[in-house]
Design a protein around this ligand. Structure first.
Ligand SMILES: NC(=O)c1ccc[n+]([C@@H]2O[C@H](COP(=O)([O-])OP(=O)(O)OC[C@H]3O[C@@H](n4cnc5c(N)ncnc54)[C@H](O)[C@@H]3O)[C@@H](O)[C@H]2O)c1
Length: 446
């Protein structure tokens, strides 16, 4: 049975379905459609289904090539979105790309993943291959996905259907480029299944495709994102120490990285997005109380504290200017979690805004990519007592600081992303504060 499927995949004749047409599922559906497959996308948001079927891209941020590709594959009838589970019945290969958040206690919330399996099971075709692209805690394929599919389909894994985990590695802003250029781990329920997955992904990926088992694929994905979170936390902790010790983390980082095998990450105003703030918790969940997990939660705490640290920097800056935070007007530059993206999930700015309001500040927000906060930047900042850079959007990198100074009531710039410099801000007449840079260094004009 697997050989028949392998042949169909080889010839791009297999019917594909993608469950969940978000940042991951939509580009994946589009590139498989471009590779010649007939693709059905199952999505629970009706407005998204309508938009995609009209050939319009529902992602507002910059995604080079995606709107054009979507329009092309929809017009060519290679991709069709649907809200009807029955449309999964013809699928030979089903890719699942639904969200996998964690709850308040950092435990995985598999409502969407379970619902996707329950939609699929009753109509699952004999001999089909089901691949989870979502990021899941180690053990989830074996403990949740397999039993749910077996129960709802009445079929057994490796007999009636095949199972894979091929976690996605894309980043918003580069979805199509990442899909093609990034290597992937193809975890299969058997080595033969992993081999068929490699044949499938070879149609769209121009990098290594590494065969693995299911739990290895789950571990690799969560570990690679936890690695990033821990590295960023280290950089953030050094930044906080630099502020206290009278140093400049950017200079320190540059010199640290001259030492062999050191690659200190970038510190900043916080870590956001759907993945990095929760994937470390998914990895930690894999320990299931059998192994002690200490580093990952500590790193999370450091990174989650950075937007609150930004609030402290704003308060200190205002204090030096003789203006209390309560009643001050603070302008936030950037609300998405990533430059030139519309993705606001787990946005550090959200935490900062809530904190500043809690402390009595009036807060105005600008973001060129987030509909709610679009508008003319300088108009938005007029009369503010501080401008706080949270996201390095291109619009902000090109900002005329003299023009910024002219609209502010109090000339304070707090930089959470190392976009500006003391010198540049000083020339424009702005008092400059930055993550990881001791205020004392301002006085020296360094
Ligand atoms: N966003 C990223 O950059 C990224 C990168 C790598 C991996 N991932 C992982 O990929 C997964 C998806 O992330 P995303 O960013 O694409 O999420 P998303 O929220 O953008 O997309 C998920 C989509 O699935 C739909 N959906 C939810 N339940 C459904 C169901 N039962 N049936 C049909 N549709 C359903 C939602 O309406 C949504 O449109 C997550 O596990 C995430 O961790 C995301």
């Amino acid at each position: 049975m697997l050989q028949v499927l392998a042949g169909k995949i080889e010839r791009a004749e297999a019917n594909l379905a993608v469950i969940g047409l978000g940042y991951v599922g939509l580009p994946v559906a589009c590139v498989f459609a471009r590779a010649g497959f007939r693709v059905t996308g199952l999505e629970i948001k009706p407005a998204r289904v309508d938009m995609i079927n009209a050939g319009r891209c529902p992602i507002d941020g910059e995604e080079p090539g995606l709107p054009e590709l979507l329009a092309e594959v929809v017009a060519a009838r290679r991709l069709r979105a649907s809200g009807d589970d029955q449309d999964l019945a013809e699928a030979d290969v089903i890719l699942i790309g639904v969200e996998t958040p964690v709850d308040d206690r950092h435990r995985p919330q598999y409502t969407a993943l379970s619902a996707a399996c329950r939609s699929l099971g009753p109509v699952l075709k004999e001999g089909a291959l089901v691949v989870v692209e979502s990021t899941v805690a180690p053990g989830t394929m074996d403990r949740l996905v397999r039993p749910l599919l077996e129960e709802t389909s009445g079929r057994r894994v490796n007999q009636g259907f095949y199972l894979g985990a091929c976690p996605e590695r894309v980043m918003p802003g580069k979805l199509l480029a990442n899909l093609r250029a990034m290597s992937r781990v193809c975890g299969g329920s058997t080595p033969e299944t992993a081999g068929v997955m490699i044949a499938l992904y070879r149609h769209i990926v121009a990098a290594d495709l590494d065969p693995a088992d299911l739990v290895t694929a789950e571990l690799v994905k969560t570990a690679e994102n936890a690695y990033r979170d821990v590295q960023i936390a280290f950089a953030n902790e050094v930044a906080l120490i630099c502020e206290a010790a009278g140093g400049d983390v950017w200079l320190v980082r540059e010199l640290v990285n001259k030492s062999p095998s050191r690659q200190m990450h970038l510190p900043g105003a916080g870590v956001g997005g759907h993945c990095i703030p929760k994937d470390p918790w998914l990895l930690a969940y894999g320990a299931r109380d059998e192994a002690e997990v200490r580093l990952i939660p500590a790193a999370r705490a450091v990174n989650a504290g950075m937007p609150l640290h930004m609030a402290q920097l704003v308060a200190a800056a205002l204090g030096e200017a003789g203006r209390p935070l309560a009643g001050a007007r603070v302008g936030i530059l950037g609300y998405s979690y990533l430059e030139d993206s519309d993705d606001i999930r787990n946005s550090p700015s959200e935490v900062l805004v809530a904190r500043l309001r809690q402390l009595g500040a009036q807060v105005v927000v600008h973001d060129p990519w987030v509909r709610e906060y679009r508008g003319e930047l300088l108009d938005r900042l007029r009369g503010c007592d501080a401008a706080v850079l949270m996201v390095a959007h291109r619009t902000y990198r090109d900002l005329d600081l003299a023009a910024l100074k002219s609209v502010l009531r109090t000339p304070i710039l707090v930089d959470g992303r190392h976009v500006f410099s003391h010198q540049g801000a000083g020339r424009a007449g702005l008092s400059y504060y930055a993550v990881g840079v001791a205020p004392a260094r301002d006085d020296k004009g360094l």
